[in-house]
Design a protein around this ligand. Structure first.
Ligand code: PLP
Length: 418
């Protein structure tokens, strides 16, 4: 007969120490050790570098000054004096924290002004400013579709779209990358079984730098009367007139139901935006959980975003410089014999295939004074590892030449080019 008081005794092995880890003998966390070891063996373990200077053309990284090809700071606004000044003034006027979610006491005049300005900049009826681009997808997708509905999603869509789609509990049907014919076939096959449908695509694909065929996607979606959403995170400030984004690039104003964006890339700050028809944005204001349950963006960030919109509306100079640099760098890499994939934008992948090679390439570039990240699974499909090169308007022609020389040296050393 077991003694009931025994149940209160802590088993002996809790007091024993693991021979190598030194902690308590218990195997409940072994799965973590095993997974981390597997990531290291497959060259997929991420070593996080430490930035010791603001984001700019050159940066101090892990104590070393290097040419920066890693940030999404397309227009060089992340360290721009006007944005910094706007943020400082906002701190003086409004303090540092919002102290509430937007729907309770966190909506300031700054937020409303930014939303109005962003809507005007993008040429849409209304816009909702949220904490990040990632949040924008979590906020926008679940109110539009749910159980019994279907989402048609490009195979290479961003993780935040995938997670937003999963959160909605709608059925997710993946169509082949940038393939409107496959999209149409998938809609014909699946839509009849569901209540309503949503097509969602990245505008510019963040790891390949190619552009979704938005005009064709719109035609297909319109034919079957499904809702449309595009995530323009890498298109805003880059594509279209003066950086007005992918919808402007294709002249599709008013056609896409929802445009998702971020203020953390070309705009140089942080934040996300859900833009489009007023009916939809009003509805998302009532329903979006990241908007209802997570605090508002700070006054400093919001004011800095407003200054970024000012700069973009005043002049196209930075966008033009970005594209000149992008064309020069791509031509240089192509001439050296690198495989730059399907890049059509300032996102320039240098395709290497093997994750170990991409890691080694990145390490050697760093030794040569260039900071460019190797990217592997799960950010890109297995066997398609690459170095992703992000040039910006903050780079000079000399900077780009310095970068090309380093790529040439490392590429030859590792046998990637002749
Ligand atoms: C970067 C990115 C996001 C996330 O934006 P954050 O503002 O950094 O959260 C969302 N979608 C796409 C397509 C992106 O490239």
């Amino acid at each position: 007969m077991p003694d009931a008081s025994n149940n209160l005794l802590i088993p002996d092995n809790i007091y024993m120490f693991h021979p190598t880890r030194g902690d308590i003998m218990s195997n409940k966390l072994d799965f973590i050790v095993e997974e981390l070891e597997r990531l290291k063996a497959e060259h997929l373990f991420i070593n996080i570098r430490i930035m010791e200077s603001p984001a700019d053309g050159w940066m101090v990284v892990d104590g070393k000054k290097v040419l920066n090809f890693c940030t999404n700071n397309y227009l060089g606004l992340a360290n721009h004096p006007r944005l910094k000044e706007a943020a400082k003034r906002a701190v003086d006027e409004w303090g540092v924290g919002p102290a509430a979610v937007r729907t309770i006491a966190g909506t300031t005049r700054l937020h409303l002004e930014l939303e109005k300005r962003l809507a005007a900049f993008k040429g849409v009826e209304d816009a909702l400013f949220v904490q990040s681009g990632f949040n924008a997808n979590q906020a926008a997708i679940p109110p539009l579709v749910g159980k019994g509905d279907v989402i048609f999603s490009d195979r290479l869509n961003h993780a935040s779209i995938i997670d937003g789609a999963r959160l909605s509990r709608a059925k997710i049907i993946v169509y082949e990358h940038c393939d409107p014919e496959d999209l149409e076939a998938k809609i014909q096959e699946h839509l009849p079984q569901y209540r309503r449908g949503l097509v969602v695509t990245d505008g510019v694909f963040s790891m390949d730098g190619d552009i979704a065929p938005l005009d064709k996607i719109y035609e297909v979606a319109a034919k079957y009367d499904v809702m449309t959403m595009v995530d323009d995170a890498h298109g805003e400030g880059v594509l279209g007139r003066g950086g007005r984004g992918i919808v402007d690039h294709f002249g599709l104003h008013g056609k896409f139901d929802v445009e998702i964006g971020t203020l953390s890339k070309a705009f140089g700050v942080v934040g996300g935006v859900i833009a489009g028809k007023k009916l939809i944005v009003d509805y998302i204001r009532q329903k979006a959980r990241p908007f209802l349950f997570s605090s508002a963006t700070t006054p400093a960030d919001t004011a800095a975003c407003l200054a970024a919109v000012d700069i973009l509306e005043e002049s196209e100079e930075l966008v033009e410089r970005l594209w000149e640099n992008a064309r020069y760098l791509k031509a240089g890499m192509d001439a050296l014999g690198f495989d730059t994939g399907h890049s059509q934008t300032p996102i320039l992948p240098i395709m290497l295939g093997d994750a170990g090679l991409a890691k080694e390439f990145s390490r050697k570039l760093f030794e040569n004074g260039v900071f460019a990240m190797g990217i592997g699974f799960p950010t890109v499909p297995r066997g398609m590892a690459r170095i992703r090169v992000m040039n910006t308007a903050a780079h000079t022609r000399d900077d780009l030449d310095f970068g090309l020389e380093a790529f040439a040296r490392v590429g030859r050393e590792l046998g990637v080019i002749k």
